[in-house]
Design a binder for this molecule. Structure first.
Ligand code: ADP
Length: 169
Protein backbone atom coordinates (compact mmCIF):
# COMPACT_ATOMS: atom_id res chain seq x y z
CA UNK A 1 0.00 0.00 0.00
CA UNK A 2 1.34 3.46 -0.81
CA UNK A 3 1.96 5.84 2.06
CA UNK A 4 -0.19 8.94 2.12
CA UNK A 5 2.18 11.85 2.05
CA UNK A 6 0.88 15.41 2.29
CA UNK A 7 2.54 18.75 1.81
CA UNK A 8 1.30 21.72 3.83
CA UNK A 9 2.79 24.75 2.09
CA UNK A 10 2.88 28.31 3.34
CA UNK A 11 4.96 31.32 4.16
CA UNK A 12 4.78 30.74 7.93
CA UNK A 13 5.93 34.28 8.71
CA UNK A 14 5.73 33.28 11.54
CA UNK A 15 3.90 30.04 12.38
CA UNK A 16 0.72 30.70 14.39
CA UNK A 17 -1.73 28.63 16.42
CA UNK A 18 -3.95 28.70 13.30
CA UNK A 19 -1.25 26.86 11.32
CA UNK A 20 -0.75 24.43 14.22
CA UNK A 21 -4.46 23.69 14.32
CA UNK A 22 -4.38 22.78 10.62
CA UNK A 23 -1.31 20.57 11.19
CA UNK A 24 -3.04 18.80 14.09
CA UNK A 25 -6.08 18.11 11.91
CA UNK A 26 -3.93 16.81 9.04
CA UNK A 27 -1.93 14.28 11.06
CA UNK A 28 -4.68 11.65 11.49
CA UNK A 29 -5.26 11.73 7.72
CA UNK A 30 -1.71 11.00 6.53
CA UNK A 31 1.30 8.73 6.99
CA UNK A 32 3.75 11.59 6.64
CA UNK A 33 3.46 15.35 6.58
CA UNK A 34 5.92 17.65 4.90
CA UNK A 35 5.63 21.29 5.82
CA UNK A 36 6.89 23.33 2.89
CA UNK A 37 8.14 26.76 3.85
CA UNK A 38 7.99 28.92 0.73
CA UNK A 39 10.98 31.07 -0.05
CA UNK A 40 9.44 33.23 -2.73
CA UNK A 41 6.24 34.93 -2.05
CA UNK A 42 4.55 38.05 -3.20
CA UNK A 43 4.70 39.10 0.42
CA UNK A 44 8.03 40.31 1.79
CA UNK A 45 8.53 38.14 4.85
CA UNK A 46 9.63 39.67 8.15
CA UNK A 47 11.61 36.54 9.04
CA UNK A 48 14.29 35.06 6.82
CA UNK A 49 13.68 31.66 5.28
CA UNK A 50 16.09 30.01 7.73
CA UNK A 51 14.37 31.66 10.68
CA UNK A 52 10.92 30.58 9.49
CA UNK A 53 12.06 26.99 8.94
CA UNK A 54 13.76 26.87 12.38
CA UNK A 55 10.66 28.24 14.11
CA UNK A 56 8.36 25.75 12.35
CA UNK A 57 10.74 22.89 13.27
CA UNK A 58 10.75 23.92 16.88
CA UNK A 59 6.99 24.36 16.96
CA UNK A 60 6.11 20.97 15.46
CA UNK A 61 7.94 19.17 18.25
CA UNK A 62 4.72 19.60 20.23
CA UNK A 63 3.11 16.96 17.99
CA UNK A 64 5.50 14.20 19.12
CA UNK A 65 6.31 11.35 16.76
CA UNK A 66 2.87 9.84 16.03
CA UNK A 67 3.27 10.72 12.35
CA UNK A 68 6.62 11.85 10.87
CA UNK A 69 6.71 15.56 10.16
CA UNK A 70 9.42 16.96 7.96
CA UNK A 71 10.02 20.68 7.51
CA UNK A 72 11.64 21.79 4.25
CA UNK A 73 12.02 25.04 2.41
CA UNK A 74 11.21 25.24 -1.28
CA UNK A 75 11.68 27.81 -3.95
CA UNK A 76 10.23 26.11 -7.00
CA UNK A 77 6.73 25.47 -8.25
CA UNK A 78 4.68 23.96 -5.43
CA UNK A 79 3.49 20.97 -7.48
CA UNK A 80 7.08 20.17 -8.48
CA UNK A 81 8.13 20.28 -4.83
CA UNK A 82 5.19 18.00 -3.96
CA UNK A 83 6.11 15.53 -6.73
CA UNK A 84 9.76 15.48 -5.62
CA UNK A 85 8.82 14.52 -2.09
CA UNK A 86 6.31 11.91 -3.31
CA UNK A 87 3.20 13.71 -2.02
CA UNK A 88 -0.29 13.03 -3.40
CA UNK A 89 -2.00 15.68 -1.32
CA UNK A 90 -1.67 19.41 -0.71
CA UNK A 91 -3.20 20.80 2.45
CA UNK A 92 -4.45 24.35 2.70
CA UNK A 93 -6.39 26.04 5.45
CA UNK A 94 -9.51 28.09 4.90
CA UNK A 95 -10.43 30.94 7.14
CA UNK A 96 -13.03 33.44 6.07
CA UNK A 97 -14.69 33.65 2.69
CA UNK A 98 -11.89 36.06 1.81
CA UNK A 99 -9.43 33.14 1.50
CA UNK A 100 -11.71 31.27 -0.86
CA UNK A 101 -11.17 32.98 -4.18
CA UNK A 102 -7.38 32.88 -4.01
CA UNK A 103 -7.33 29.30 -2.72
CA UNK A 104 -9.86 28.20 -5.34
CA UNK A 105 -7.75 29.61 -8.17
CA UNK A 106 -4.55 28.14 -6.78
CA UNK A 107 -6.12 24.70 -6.34
CA UNK A 108 -7.52 24.82 -9.88
CA UNK A 109 -4.15 25.82 -11.33
CA UNK A 110 -2.29 23.15 -9.36
CA UNK A 111 -4.77 20.52 -10.43
CA UNK A 112 -4.13 21.44 -14.08
CA UNK A 113 -0.38 21.27 -13.55
CA UNK A 114 -0.48 18.03 -11.57
CA UNK A 115 -3.81 16.16 -11.95
CA UNK A 116 -2.70 13.39 -9.59
CA UNK A 117 -2.17 15.71 -6.66
CA UNK A 118 -5.31 16.55 -4.72
CA UNK A 119 -5.75 19.78 -2.73
CA UNK A 120 -7.55 19.27 0.56
CA UNK A 121 -8.96 22.22 2.52
CA UNK A 122 -9.28 22.16 6.27
CA UNK A 123 -10.83 24.67 8.62
CA UNK A 124 -9.23 25.62 11.89
CA UNK A 125 -11.22 25.65 15.11
CA UNK A 126 -13.35 28.81 15.47
CA UNK A 127 -10.89 30.01 18.13
CA UNK A 128 -8.30 30.45 15.39
CA UNK A 129 -10.47 31.26 12.39
CA UNK A 130 -9.37 34.88 12.33
CA UNK A 131 -5.69 34.32 13.13
CA UNK A 132 -3.20 35.18 10.41
CA UNK A 133 0.54 35.82 10.51
CA UNK A 134 -0.11 39.28 9.15
CA UNK A 135 -2.62 40.14 11.87
CA UNK A 136 -0.34 38.77 14.60
CA UNK A 137 2.60 40.86 13.32
CA UNK A 138 0.50 44.00 13.19
CA UNK A 139 -0.85 43.55 16.72
CA UNK A 140 2.64 42.80 18.07
CA UNK A 141 4.19 45.74 16.23
CA UNK A 142 1.69 48.04 17.88
CA UNK A 143 2.40 46.60 21.33
CA UNK A 144 -0.66 44.31 21.70
CA UNK A 145 -0.70 40.95 23.45
CA UNK A 146 -0.47 38.08 20.95
CA UNK A 147 -0.24 35.21 23.48
CA UNK A 148 -3.59 33.73 22.39
CA UNK A 149 -2.49 33.44 18.77
CA UNK A 150 1.11 32.17 18.87
CA UNK A 151 3.32 30.08 21.16
CA UNK A 152 5.34 31.83 23.89
CA UNK A 153 8.48 31.26 21.81
CA UNK A 154 7.05 33.01 18.75
CA UNK A 155 5.66 35.81 20.92
CA UNK A 156 9.13 36.43 22.35
CA UNK A 157 10.93 36.22 19.01
CA UNK A 158 8.43 38.54 17.37
CA UNK A 159 8.54 41.05 20.22
CA UNK A 160 12.33 41.04 20.02
CA UNK A 161 12.24 41.44 16.24
CA UNK A 162 10.10 44.58 16.48
CA UNK A 163 12.21 45.94 19.35
CA UNK A 164 15.33 45.58 17.18
CA UNK A 165 13.60 47.08 14.17
CA UNK A 166 12.47 50.08 16.25
CA UNK A 167 16.00 50.54 17.59
CA UNK A 168 17.60 50.54 14.18
CA UNK A 169 15.01 52.87 12.66
P1 ADP B 1 0.50 31.64 2.23
O1 ADP B 1 1.39 32.83 2.01
O2 ADP B 1 0.78 30.50 1.31
O3 ADP B 1 -0.98 31.97 2.33
P2 ADP B 1 0.45 31.30 5.10
O4 ADP B 1 1.59 30.91 5.97
O5 ADP B 1 -0.17 32.63 5.33
O6 ADP B 1 0.98 31.11 3.65
O7 ADP B 1 -0.70 30.22 5.22
C1 ADP B 1 -0.48 28.86 4.85
C2 ADP B 1 -1.82 28.16 4.82
O8 ADP B 1 -2.34 28.10 6.14
C3 ADP B 1 -2.88 28.86 3.97
O9 ADP B 1 -3.67 27.87 3.34
C4 ADP B 1 -3.69 29.61 4.97
O10 ADP B 1 -5.03 29.82 4.51
C5 ADP B 1 -3.66 28.62 6.14
N1 ADP B 1 -3.92 29.27 7.42
C6 ADP B 1 -3.15 30.19 8.06
N2 ADP B 1 -3.73 30.58 9.21
C7 ADP B 1 -4.90 29.88 9.30
C8 ADP B 1 -5.97 29.83 10.24
N3 ADP B 1 -5.99 30.62 11.31
N4 ADP B 1 -7.01 29.00 10.00
C9 ADP B 1 -7.02 28.24 8.89
N5 ADP B 1 -6.05 28.22 7.96
C10 ADP B 1 -5.01 29.03 8.15
Amino acid sequence: MTAHIAVYPGTFDPITKGHCDIIKRTLPLVDKLIIGVAQHSEKTPLFTLDERVALVKEQVQEFGSQVPIDVQSFDKLLVDFAKNVGAQMLVRGLRAVSDFEYEFKMAAMNSRLAPNIETVFLMASDKYQFVSSRFVKEVCRLGGDISDFVSPKIRDVLTEKYRTVRHTE
